[in-house]
Write a protein that binds this ligand. Structure first.
Ligand SMILES: Cc1cc2nc3c(=O)[nH]c(=O)nc-3n(C[C@H](O)[C@H](O)[C@H](O)COP(=O)(O)OP(=O)(O)OC[C@H]3O[C@@H](n4cnc5c(N)ncnc54)[C@H](O)[C@@H]3O)c2cc1C
Length: 349
């Protein structure tokens, strides 16, 4: 997966720019026919944009898709300015129709697998973007949705009209509980718990900046929601840059005698590789020139998820996978180390 300009990703043309609020804009992309398959996505997934930087060449930023694969023809992301933020302000100030942007294919594990279930969605600010995609998709799927949507004030509510239209059209199936800080102050865990108590037995999907996630997570804990039913997407900037093709890690210092052997099924091929026991699987694959999927390399995005078919592994850290997924044998290649002499891993399952 290499764009014409030599870096990872694909170059897409911006087909439209929509001013949503004073500090948020939607970029609608044109996907050429030959990339249609690669840009298929699930509600809740995100794109990673390459944003030019005079200092570092580029930075990478993730933006959730606000469009729905079930009812929108074109894919779109919504970017909200962050005070002193580099990429969000550059995008909001300069991106125009016709611009070309390098993006990675949709990825991420956030969002319900079954559009027919009942869910509780909690979003703050730009955290509404994947939530809107999920709402639109679930309204065509059959599930019932309650949304808690927190914002600074009325003017900063992104997609206010669209959400009003949807609640009118799907009255009885979609309910939105707005929380405006200008009227009620910052949301607290107790207040959130009180509001969403009637829906606490549903699957929870939480999305937004770190402060809101802490509050919503504490509300879930107060209501004794099992962690297996809490799904999170925390908005933060990537520390690494997945657009740089070079694997910057130094060659493994571990002697090969200390390595496991891993058999990896990926893109219809099987590779057998030495796997030094302190080297994450993703690094081993990239070192061997294998085009494994990844974005954040911090265990958060879930892009490098794969299955352990045989053998034992452990993760250094895990923010993306819940207990049920771990029980199925899923793991994150960017964090996985071998624990047995032979391991069999499969991607694309
Ligand atoms: C999966 C995912 C999906 C996302 N989806 C969306 C979305 O749909 N819409 C959206 O708007 N955002 C989304 N984000 C967040 C987005 O990727 C960016 O993090 C956000 O736009 C801020 O980027 P920035 O470059 O403008 O800010 P940055 O320059 O990265 O700064 C972010 C904050 O950190 C502070 N900061 C920056 N550098 C430093 C430093 N050296 N020391 C201390 N503080 C510093 C800044 O002051 C600012 O407050 C998503 C994130 C993830 C992980």
């Amino acid at each position: 997966m290499t764009a014409d300009n030599g870096v990872r990703g694909h170059v897409l043309k911006v087909g439209a720019v929509i001013e949503e609020t004073d500090d948020a804009r939607t970029l609608v992309f044109e996907v050429p026919d030959e990339l249609t398959e690669r840009f298929r996505y699930r509600p809740g997934q995100f794109l990673t944009l390459r944003v030019p930087s005079a200092r570092t060449g580029s930075v990478a930023r993730c933006y959730s898709l606000c469009s729905s694969p079930h009812c929108d023809d074109r894919i779109a992301v919504t970017v909200k300015r962050i005070a002193d933020g580099y990429a969000s302000n550059l995008i909001c100030d300069t991106v125009a129709v016709g611009d070309l942007i390098t993006v990675l294919e949709p990825s991420g594990t956030f969002g319900p697998r079954d559009l027919g279930t009942d869910v509780l969605l909690c979003a703050a600010g730009s955290g509404i973007t994947p939530v809107l995609s999920i709402i639109k998709s679930m309204m065509s799927g059959g599930g019932n949705v309650v949304v808690l949507y927190a914002n600074r004030d009325r003017r900063s509510v992104i997609f206010a009209d669209t959400i009003d239209d949807l609640t009118r059209r799907y009255a009885g199936r979609l309910q939105v509980l707005h929380w405006l800080e200008s009227e009620r102050g910052l949301p607290t865990a107790d207040a959130v718990a009180e509001l969403v108590r009637p829906y606490s037995d549903r699957d929870w999907f939480l999305c937004g900046p770190a402060g809101f996630m802490t509050v919503a997570g504490a509300a879930a804990t107060a209501l004794r929601v099992p962690t297996s039913r809490i799904h999170t997407e925390e908005y933060r900037s990537l520390q690494s840059n997945p657009f740089e093709t070079v694997n910057e890690r130094l060659p493994a210092a571990t002697p090969l005698g200390d390595a496991a052997v891993v058999e990896v099924d990926i893109d219809g091929e099987t590779h057998v590789l030495d796997w030094p026991k302190h080297t994450p699987l993703l690094d081993v694959l990239l070192d061997n020139g294998i085009d494994a999927p990844y974005v954040c390399r911090e265990s958060a995005c879930g892009t490098c998820v794969c299955s352990v078919k045989q053998g034992r592994t452990r993760m250094r850290q895990n923010e993306a996978l819940i207990d049920d997924e771990l029980a199925l044998g899923l793991t994150l290649a960017c964090q996985t180390l071998p624990e047995s002499p032979r391991v069999h891993i499969a991607f694309d399952q």
